[in-house]
Ligand binder design. Structure first.
Ligand code: 5AD
Ligand code: SF4
Length: 455
C-alpha cells in the first residue's frame, strides 16, 4: 500500500526542465534554482517533453546569445501546440529577463514569467502566483545576497553533479567597460559573506566535492569582513577555504587585471591547492582601444602584472578573453593584440567579435567596424591562439601532473580526470571518482591528454 502511494506521488510530482545558456554563473544559478524547487516538490528532468515547468536561463552578453532565446521560444510554441496536453508553465530567467523584462512576453506570449538574476529566491512564491493564472515580471535589483535565502543542495544533488563544483562568491560589476552589459544585467558588485561561502564550501565537500571554482563576474573584486582587523580580499578567502578538510583544489574566475592584488598573488605562491591556471582577460593589446573600452590599464601594465605572477608561480598557465573589431580598431591596433598574445603566451583563450549591445557606450560609438574585417581578424587571432594551445599541451608530454578523477571513460577500466589547467585526461585506472593521481602524460590530442597513472 505504502509503495503504491509513493509511486502515485512520484507520478504527480511536478517536473522542471532548466535550459542554461551562457556562463558558469548561469550554470551555478540553475543548480541553486533546481535545489530551491526540489524543496517545493519539483524534480529536475532532462527531457523537455516531460516537463510541467520550463525555465530558460538566458545570456545577454552578445547578440547571438540573445537571438537563441527567441528561436527556442518559437520552437517551444510549436511543441506546446503539438504535444502538450497538460498545463505547461514557461519562464524566462537570467540576463535577458533582466534586460528586456516585459518585452519578452510581448514578443512571445507563451511566456508566463520573467525573472531577473536578483530575484531567484522569490521563484517558489512567484510560481504559486503563476499557477493562479497571473503573468509575473520581476526584475528588481538585489540589495543583499539572494543566495542566502535559497536552500543549499542536498547530498544526492551534489553527488549527481560531480566532484568539481562552482560557488558564486561575488556578483555584478562596477567597472563599466564600454562594451559590456553585465553592470546593467547583474547590477552593482555584491560580495557574499565569508561565513556563507565557507558554509556552502563545507556542504559541498561533505557531499563529495573535491574541487571548487569560485565564481564572480569580477571575482577578484570580492571583499568581505572577517573577525580580523583588515577587510578580506579574495586572497584571504582562498587561504581560509584551503583549510576546509577534504577539499583538494581551488580555482577562481573571472578576474580583472586591476584587481589582482598582492594577497592574491601570494595565494598563488603559497597555496599548492590553488591551481596554477589563471583566466585574466586583457581584451586587446592596443592602448588606444583599451582606453576606449574603459579598461583602465595599458598593455604594459598587463604584461608587468603577468611577470609578477610568473615570478612567484613559474608554472602558471594563462587563459584570456579577447574582443576583435571594437569601434575604431585599426589594423595597427589589431597587430598590437597579436603582438601581445605572442609576448604573453596563452594556454587557452576565448575570442569574440565585438557585438554592439544596446544601452552600452560602445554601441553608440560612430566608428563601428564592418563584419568582414571582424571575421578576418577573429580568424587570424584564433589561428595564433590555437597554435599556442597546441604548443602548451605538447610541452606537457613526458611530465608528471596531478589529475582529479571525475568520471568513467568510454572503455572499461578507463577514467577521465582533469589536469590543473582543466584539460581532460584519459587514463586506465581503478581509482574511484574523487581521487587525485600522479599521471605521466603520454599524448596530447587537440584538447585532451592521454596519460598513465603512476600508482
Ligand atoms: N561583444 C563581444 N564580446 C564581449 N564580451 C563581453 N561583452 C562583449 C561584447 N559586447 C566578452 C569579453 C568578456 C567575455 C565574458 O565576453 O571578452 O571578457
Ligand atoms: Fe563586463 Fe568584466 Fe568589464 Fe565588468 S569588468 S564591465 S563584467 S567586461
Amino acid at each position: 500500500m505504502e509503495i503504491k502511494i509513493k509511486a502515485q506521488e512520484k507520478n504527480n510530482q511536478r517536473k522542471v526542465y532548466i535550459k542554461t545558456y551562457g556562463c558558469q554563473m548561469n550554470v551555478y544559478d540553475s543548480q541553486r534554482i533546481s535545489d530551491s524547487l526540489s524543496v517545493e516538490g519539483y524534480i529536475t528532468v532532462n527531457s523537455i517533453k516531460e516537463a510541467d515547468l520550463i525555465l530558460l536561463n538566458t545570456c545577454y552578453i552578445r547578440e547571438k546569445a540573445a537571438e537563441k532565446l527567441y528561436s527556442d521560444l518559437g520552437r517551444l510554441r510549436i511543441m506546446r501546440a503539438k504535444y502538450k496536453q497538460t498545463p505547461l508553465t514557461i519562464g524566462v530567467i537570467g540576463c535577458i529577463a533582466q534586460a528586456e523584462g516585459e518585452e519578452i512576453i510581448r514578443r512571445s506570449p507563451i511566456v508566463d514569467l520573467v525573472i531577473g538574476p536578483q530575484s531567484y529566491h522569490c521563484l517558489p512564491y512567484i510560481l504559486k502566483k503563476v499557477e493562479k493564472g497571473t503573468k509575473i515580471i520581476e526584475t528588481d535589483y538585489a540589495l543583499e545576497d539572494k543566495y542566502m535565502r535559497m536552500p543549499l543542495p542536498k547530498k544526492e544533488a551534489i553527488r549527481h553533479r560531480g566532484v568539481s563544483a562552482f560557488l558564486t562568491v561575488q556578483e555584478g560589476c562596477d567597472k563599466f567597460c564600454t562594451f559590456c552589459v553585465v553592470p546593467y544585467t547583474r547590477g552593482v558588485e555584491v560580495s557574499r559573506s565569508v561565513e556563507q561561502i565557507v558554509l556552502e564550501a563545507e556542504n559541498l565537500v561533505d557531499g563529495g566535492v573535491r574541487e571548487i571554482t569560485l565564481l564572480g563576474q569580477n571575482v577578484n573584486a570580492w571583499h568581505g569582513n572577517s573577525s580580523s582587523t583588515h577587510e578580506w580580499r579574495l586572497g584571504d578567502l582562498l587561504f581560509r577555504l584551503a583549510k576546509v578538510k577534504g577539499l583538494k583544489r581551488l580555482r577562481y574566475t573571472t578576474s580583472h587585471p586591476r584587481d589582482m592584488d598582492d594577497t592574491l598573488i601570494a595565494a598563488h605562491r603559497d597555496l599548492p591547492m590553488l591551481m596554477p591556471y589563471l583566466h585574466l582577460p586583457v581584451q586587446t593589446g592596443s592602448n588606444r582601444i583599451l582606453r576606449a573600452m574603459n579598461r583602465r590599464y595599458t598593455a604594459l601594465d598587463y604584461q608587468k602584472l603577468i611577470e609578477r605572477i610568473r615570478a612567484v608561480q613559474p608554472n602558471i598557465a594563462l587563459s584570456g578573453d579577447f574582443i576583435v573589431g571594437f569601434p575604431g580598431e585599426t589594423d595597427a591596433d589589431f597587430e598590437k593584440t597579436l603582438k601581445l598574445v605572442q609576448d604573453v603566451f596563452y594556454a587557452s583563450a576565448y575570442s569574440f567579435k565585438y557585438s554592439p549591445r544596446h544601452g552600452t557606450p560602445g554601441a553608440d560609438m560612430s566608428n563601428q567596424i564592418d563584419e568582414q574585417t571582424k571575421d578576418e581578424r577573429l580568424q587570424r587571432l584564433q589561428v595564433l591562439l590555437g597554435k599556442q594551445q597546441q604548443l602548451f599541451l605538447q610541452s606537457k608530454i613526458g611530465t608528471v601532473i596531478d589529475v582529479l578523477i571525475e568520471k568513467p571513460g568510454r572503455n572499461e577500466e578507463q577514467m577521465v580526470g582533469r589536469s590543473p589547467w582543466l584539460t581532460p585526461v584519459v587514463l586506465k585506472t581503478k581509482a574511484p571518482i574523487g581521487t587525485m593521481l600522479d599521471v605521466v602524460i603520454e599524448e596530447a590530442k587537440q584538447n585532451s591528454f592521454v596519460g598513465r597513472s603512476q600508482e
